[in-house]
Design a protein around this ligand. Structure first.
Ligand code: FES
Length: 133
């Protein structure tokens, strides 16, 4: 039997959660990639595509809207550079490509307030970087 910190693997549900796990600290935790690479890098970077201003806007707008339990953080490279500016929202693990303040408004309203999805902005399992090498 494999045991981790007193919880048996068999005690975990299909999502890897144990009944003894504390509740999530945030209802939604948003990570906006703010990685910046040098001009001309083959992968580009989210900051070079405007992610820092979009993250600042999202954080401020989320507060104005009074979205409780939502935390918006800047992140380093999330490794989906070619599809950025990239953002991921947990616990759902839903990824978005956000390019404008309007995109941010839509994610705030539809995903974070209404608990829906902005399908036109979602990255999918097909959006993977080219193989390295
Ligand atoms: S630079 Fe943003 S995902 Fe890599």
């Amino acid at each position: 039997m494999v045991e981790q910190l007193g919880v048996c693997m068999s005690d975990l549900d299909a999502k890897g959660k144990a009944a003894s796990d504390p509740p999530p600290y945030f209802q939604a935790h948003v990570f906006v990639c703010c990685n910046r690479r040098l001009e001309g890098h083959k992968r580009g970077s989210c900051a070079a595509r405007g992610s820092e201003a979009l993250r600042d806007y999202m954080k401020a707008r989320g507060k104005e809207l009074g979205l409780a339990g939502v935390r918006v953080n800047m992140a380093g490279c999330l490794d989906r550079c070619e599809f950025g500016p990239a953002m991921v929202i947990y616990p759902e693990g839903v990824w978005y490509k956000i390019e404008t303040k309007s995109d941010i408004d839509e994610v705030l309203e539809t995903h974070l307030r209404q608990k829906g999805r902005v399908t036109r902005l979602m990255l999918t399992e097909r959006d993977v970087p080219p193989a390295k090498g």
